[in-house]
Design a protein around this ligand. Sequence first.
Ligand SMILES: C[S@@+](CC[C@H](N)C(=O)[O-])C[C@H]1O[C@@H](n2cnc3c(N)ncnc32)[C@H](O)[C@@H]1O
Length: 277
Amino acid sequence: MEEKEVLNLEEASALLGVSTKTLQKILREEEVPARKIGREWRFSRTALLRWLAEGDSQQYSAAEQNVREYFDQLAPEYDATRVKCYGNDLRNLLMDKVAVTAEMRVADIGCGTGYLTKALAERAEEVMAVDASREMLNVARREMEKADLHNIRFLQGAAEELPLSSDDYDLVFANMLLHHLSDPGEALREFCRILKPGGRAILTDVTEHRHTWVKQEKSDLWLGFHAEELKDWFEEAGFVEVNVEKLGCDCFTTGSQGQSAHIPIILATGKKREKGR
Ligand SMILES: C[S@@+](CC[C@H](N)C(=O)[O-])C[C@H]1O[C@@H](n2cnc3c(N)ncnc32)[C@H](O)[C@@H]1O
């Protein structure tokens, strides 16, 4: 059968291997060859494949490796940078809102140097801490040994393809991970898979903003998130009782050219459906 040359949004998303939500976001932020006719997007298969093979999309497909390399290099100084961004406020607010109890198995995805991991290990039975960057994990291991916490397992792995069994965790946390992922929806589906029925995913990240320099300087792939798109991604991943709200603190970040940004932090939670409901 001859392949169609003119594609709609769904067909273009399938060609690129991303969800329609992700493609809409990429359309807002990248120079994708596309035309909007009324409210509908139209794409040329040839132009899209050329864009995929060359130009900007290479930046996109190499992005995940770049993110890992960025954090490998940043690892030794990450904690000092993070303290200036949101200090302990975020963790304290989050621990006040989410009950983590002594019988729980919890996962911290994109755990970095263990900012949330430590607070979770102090409260839960066991913490599975996963990160793509080996160097961030090395710092985290050292920090948790210093803190004498031994109920944590560290694993190097990708949020989009977690090396963890299904139906195993009571809570899954991810702080400031999502804006580094090319397809956040994929990670949310993985969070849902590894949760026990009735378990919850708890995600904190920055709200939508216009500080484009963070893409070059901080390896961010997304300029934050709208409450509505987070809600849609959660629901598409299979979560129910989805709630998105402001957490009550900001992320403060600075760039090499004197730029600075105060960005409110958003908290999104969702529950994995109970069996038979
Ligand atoms: C901004 S840091 C946040 C670290 C930690 N959650 C915190 O609150 O300090 C983002 C972390 O996500 C990790 N990361 C980025 N992409 C990832 C992926 N695809 N899978 C797993 N971890 C990833 C990075 O290596 C980094 O440690």
